[in-house]
Design a protein around this ligand. Sequence first.
Ligand code: CTP
Ligand code: MG
Length: 393
Amino acid sequence: MPARDVAVVVVAAGRGERLGAGAPKAFVKLGQRTLLEHTIDNISQMASVSRLVLAVPASHVLEATAMASASAVSTSIVIGGDTRQQSIENALQVIEPGTPIVLVHDAARSLAPAELFERVAASVRESGLATIPVMPVADTVKHVLGDLVLETVDRSSLRLAQTPQGFQAFELLAAYQSAGEDFTDDAALVQSLGGQIRHVPGDSRAFKITTMDDLAAAERLLAESTVLTPVTHPTPLVGIGIDVHRFSVDPEKPLYLGCLLWPGEIGLDGHSDGDAIAHALVDSLLSAAGLGDIGTQFGVDRPEYAGASGELFIEGTINLLSIAGFKVNNVAVEIVGNRPKLNPRRQAVEARLTELVGAPVTLAATTTDGLGFLGHSEGLAAVANASIVRLAS
Ligand code: CTP
Ligand code: MG
C-alpha cells in the first residue's frame, strides 16, 4: 500500500462568468451532482491522498462543508481570493507541515480521473521535480498578426497544460511566498523562480469546463462512464445523545445554549455551563463512535470542568473522533421545552455548531404541550442524533 503522502488543493472559488450559469462554476450541476462533488469523488479514489483543501467562495462555505463531510478524505475548507493564485495561497496556509507532495487542481476539471492524480504524484515522488500533465496539440497552429497569418508553428514541441500540477511541498510553498505577479498556472510560477518542470501524459477527461459547450461535452462523457465507475461510500454509523438541565433559581445566571449566550434568558444549572444542546451533541458523537459518553470521556464532575463551556467539550470530542479515525457526516439536534424561543436564533446556533463540528449541524425545537417538567418550564431537554463514518485507513 503506497504512503498517503499527497495533499490536494482544489481551487473552486472562481465566479464562472464564461459559463454564465448563475452560480459559481464549481457549484453548477453536471448530471446529478455539482462540478465540485465530481472532483472530490475522483480525488477520493486516490490511494495516496492524505488531505484535501478546498478554496471556495465565502458564500458557499456551508455547501462545501456538506460535500466534504460526504467524502472519505479529511478535508479543510478555506475562502478563496480574488484571483486563482490568491485562492491557492489561502489554501496552502492550511497544508500540514511535513506533507511531502502537494497537487493543485482546478475544480473546473471535474472529470480528471484518480489515475491522472496518481501519475503526477508518482512523477514528483520519483524525480523530485515539479510535474504537470500535458496533452498534444491536435490542430495545426498558426501565428497571426492582425488579420494576417504570419506562419505555421511547428506543433511537435507544443503541449497543452492541464491540472493537477504536482510539486514537492517545500518548493511550492517557497514559490508562493515570493510570488509577485500573477501567473496562469503554478508551474509557470515555480519556473519563474528557476524551478525545473517535468511533464507526464495528460488525460482527455481532464479538460477544463469553461463554457456551456464544455458542460454539454462533460455531460456526454459522464453519461458514458458513470455506469462503469460507481462511487462507493463507507457505511455511516449513527449515535444518540440526550441531556436535561434544570432552570436556575438565580435570575442572574446566564443562559448558554448551542454555544451561544442568550441575553435576557434564565440560565440552566449544572456543574459545567449547563449547555444541554452542546452536551446532547457530544453524547451523540461519542455514542456513534463507541467512545462512551461525556461523563466517561470528560468526567464532567471533575474540578477542571466546573463552569466549562460547551465549546470545550465539542472540541475535545471532535479531537477524540479524529484520533479514532472517524469523520462526522452531520448532527441533528432537537430541544424540548417552552423557552427560549429558538426560531429567531436558529441559524446563528446552526452556524456556530457547524463551525465547531466541521459538518452540518441542524436544530429543531418542540414543547410538550404543557405536560411534565418540561411543560412546566422546570428545565430544558435536548436530543441529538449523529451520523459519522470511519475513514479508510
Ligand atoms: N478560481 C479560484 N479563485 C479565483 C478564480 C478562479 O479558485 N479567484 C478557480 C476556479 O474555481 C476554477 C479554476 O480556478 O476551478 C480555473 O479558473 P476558471 O476556469 O477561469 O474558472 P472561473 O474563474 O470560475 O471562470 P470564469 O473565468 O469564466 O469566471
Ligand atoms: Mg477565471
